[in-house]
Design a protein around this ligand. Structure first.
Ligand SMILES: [Fe+2]
Ligand SMILES: [Fe+2]
Length: 475
């Protein structure tokens, strides 16, 4: 593992200078990437000095160095975690064999597809968030948005490195295509549906980073188990950055709730109209945003039964979340798992072969994990003495993929008919009015240490800096 040389055109810890062909190919891709960042990256941000962390090495002291930088000058680099000596494949049909340092021919198409699908989400989220800087509720929040954006850019670099190094000409073409698809573009959209949705306001942004970046965490964790060692090492390092994205979401929603319950106690009311007149976001609206982002995100795990999922696992391409901590045989032939199906208008559990249900296994692990933050949000409400509880909706609610796409289900898990759905949908999902109201609150706050009215300040600043630190110099 060499130290990272920041005078290199492309900072890296993969000895890029020793592979001239690869270096040239990536240096050819780099200006296209920068052009994409100009065209599709954060709007109106080119000249600000932003207090960002940059990875300078993968060890604990070096992966987060803080300082003010102009975003287009951010050093997007290529970093892999250190190789584990004699790493063995620890699940699937090849269990016990040496991990692959190159791509086996028979798995080439599937691995490429997995890497491209992951890679596509990274620039997609930057595109989804590109206008949010114009309405940031504080310098602190603007800095966090930009931190998330530059790191998603780096995650794209991570996947593009794998494509260029291991997939030859096909890989180079895929790397170009990652810059050509655009979120929400009718002719050339991003691959996964949730990454074509709009992120129109900051409540959506916080929900996205809480729920959808957490999908990223689970996908990356599953890939970090891969028999293809370069993919495992790359995704492990991406995960260190992902934690901050979910923190931005969890703390962001928490601060919105804090501000709202403060206003509820001050005005002694839970009346939505009065709270909106005060300019805060009522708890039922926050619940509807949760319902939306949760349901759209759990679709990302794919169909509840999938022969692809079985193939990816058995061939060693993609493990389960925390594969190494599980105590079964890690082969799973003969094991079963419960999935939901609709029978005579009722949701019923059905046992199916676990290998085919691995999307559902990962989805269920995700659901358990995502409830933790919702519990912590509820503690803020409880502490304020307010009798209101946020929940994640039933997993069959508002689904668009798999068996459950065919039924209408309420947030508490009742199958409902079309009529009831239409009557209640505005109680369950953000309505146009909700979105217009939240949108009306958005306006950029640029003064150091000041926060928009609809959100409480954070408890702590970034990197032990005070909350009123100058996180962004607008120049
Ligand atoms: Fe990412
Ligand atoms: Fe992320």
């Amino acid at each position: 593992m060499s130290a990272i040389n920041y005078s290199d055109k492309i900072p890296n810890n993969v000895n890029l200078s020793e592979d001239r062909t690869l270096q040239r190919a990536l240096e050819h891709w780099q200006p296209n990437y920068l052009q994409w960042w100009q065209d599709m990256g954060p709007d109106g941000s080119q000249n600000f000095d932003v207090y960002l962390r940059t990875a300078v090495s993968v060890d604990p002291q070096g992966w987060a160095q803080f300082g003010h930088v102009k975003m287009p000058d951010y050093r997007w680099g290529i970093f892999l975690n250190a190789a584990e000596q004699d790493r063995k494949i620890h699940f699937g049909d090849h269990i016990g064999e040496a991990a692959w340092q190159d791509v086996p021919g028979e798995h080439r198409a599937n691995l490429r597809r997995i890497i491209v699908t992951q890679g596509d989400t990274e620039p997609a989220s930057v595109e989804q968030q590109r206008h949010l800087g114009l309405t940031a509720p504080s310098q602190y929040d603007l800095r966090n948005l930009f931190q998330v954006n530059v790191e998603e850019g780096r995650h794209l670099w991570a996947m593009v490195y794998l494509l260029h190094k291991y997939f030859g000409r096909d890989g180079r073409e895929e790397a170009e295509a990652l810059l050509e698809r655009n979120s929400g573009n009718a002719d050339n959209p991003r691959i996964l549906e949730a990454f074509n949705e709009k992120t129109p306001d900051w409540l959506s942004f916080f929900m996205f980073t809480y729920f959808t970046d957490r999908d990223g965490k689970f996908q990356l964790c599953a890939l970090a188990e891969s028999a293809f060692d370069p993919l495992a090492r790359t995704t492990k390092f991406m995960l260190t950055e992902e934690a901050h994205h979910m923190f931005v979401g969890e703390s962001g929603v928490g601060r919105v709730i804090q501000r709202t319950v403060n206003a509820m106690n001050q005005l002694k009311t839970d009346d939505v109209g009065k709270l909106r007149a005060e300019g805060v976001i009522d708890l039922p609206t926050i619940q509807r945003y949760i319902n939306f982002h949760f349901s759209v995100t759990i679709d990302l795990f794919g169909a509840d039964q999938s022969s692809n999922a079985a193939t990816f696992y058995s061939s060693g391409l993609k493990g389960r979340y925390e594969e190494g901590k599980r105590v079964d045989d890690h082969i799973l032939k003969g094991n079963t798992y419960k999935v939901l199906e609709v029978h005579n208008g009722q949701l019923l559990e059905k046992e199916v072969p676990m290998l085919n249900a691995l999307n559902e296994v990962l989805r269920d692990d995700y659901i358990t994990d995502s409830k933790g933050g919702v519990d912590r949000w509820n503690r803020i409400i409880e502490k304020a003495g307010i009798p209101f509880k946020l929940t994640v909706p039933h997993k069959a609610f508002h689904r668009n993929i798999g068996t459950l796409a065919g039924v209408k289900v309420s947030p508490d898990g009742r199958v409902v008919n079309e009529q009831e759905w239409n009557q209640k949908v505005e109680e369950w999902l953000p309505s146009d009015q909700d979105r217009a109201y939240v949108g009306s609150l958005m306006g950029r706050v640029t003064e150091t240490g000041k926060f928009a009215n609809w959100i409480a300040p954070p408890v702590m600043g970034i990197n032990r800096q005070p909350v009123d630190f100058e996180y962004v110099r607008f120049n």
